[in-house]
Design a protein around this ligand. Sequence first.
Ligand code: PMP
Length: 308
Amino acid sequence: MEVYRHIHELIGSTPMLELTAFPLPRRVRLFAKLEYTNPGGSIKDRLGIKLLKEAIATGKITPKGTLIEPTAGNTGIALALAAIGTDVKVICVVPKAFSIEKQQLMRALGAVIVHTPSEHGMKGAIAKAKALEQELDDAYCPQQFSNKANPLAYYETLGPEIVHELDGKVDVFVAGAGTGGTFSGTAAYLKEVIPGIRTVVVEPEGSILNGGEPGPHRTEGIGMEFIPDFVNRSLFEAIYTISDNQAFKRTRELAEHQGVLVGSSSGAALEAALREAEMADEGAHIVTVFPDGAERYLSKGIYEEEPL
Ligand code: PMP
C-alpha cells in the first residue's frame, strides 16, 4: 500500500504523455508533460512550495507571516496550496479580468484576493503588491517576476524529470513564457545535460518577445509585458508568436482527439511544437509542457468556437 500523508507530496513527477493524435512528418515524436495533474492544477505548484519555504528559511517572514504575490492566478493557487498546514497567510493581487475559477480556487485554499484594474496589466498588480508589502507587518512579496527561485524551481524539478522520462533523448524543448521561469529554468537544465538540444519559446500575440507591442490577449498565463532579468535570451533559439485563435483551436483539438483537457497556453505550446515538427530531423523527439487544465477556463468559453 502506498499512501501519501500530505498534499504537498503530490507536487511534481507529473506524467509524460506522447501525443499520437496529430499527424507528424518523418517519424518525429511529440511528448507533453501534463502539469495540470499537480494538486493545485498547474505547473506553478512547483514554484509555490519553493517560494514559501525560501521565505521562511531566509527569514523574510516568520512562520506566521504573510506572503503577497501579484499573479494571473496559478501562482496564487500554488502559494495558497503551499501554505496549507502552515500558519502563513497568502494575499493574491490579481488583475480583475483574469479567470474567475482561478480566483475561486485561491479563496477555497484560504487566500485573500485583492483586485487591480485589468487595464493596468501585471505591472499594476506588481505595484499594488509592493505597496501592501510595505503596509503590512511580517509580510513579504516573493515576486515571481524577479525571484531567481522561479527558474530554479524548474531547473531542479521539471528539467531532470524530462531527461529521466525520455532517457535523455530530447531534440527540441518548447515552452510558453509568462514570467519565463518555466522556460528559463528547464531550458537551462536541458542545455547543460543534452548537447545540441534546441530550446524554443512560445508567446501569444500582444507579447513583446518578437518585437510586438504589449496588448490584450485571451490566452492566459503566457505573454510578457517586459523581460525579467533572470531570463537568458540566448536560450530563445526561436520565438513563436501564436494568435489566440490558433491557441484555442489547438486546445479544442487536444480535447477532441487526444482527451487532454488543458488551458489555451497548452494549445499555443502545441501549435509551436507542431511547427517545429515540420522542420525537425527524422525521428526527432520534441517535448513541450501543458501548464494547466481546461476547467478553470470554462466560464471563458474555452471550448466554444467563439470564446465568451
Ligand atoms: N501557462 C499558464 C496557464 C500559466 O499560468 C503560466 C504561469 N504564468 C505559464 C503558462 C507560464 O509559466 P511561466 O510564468 O513560468 O513562464
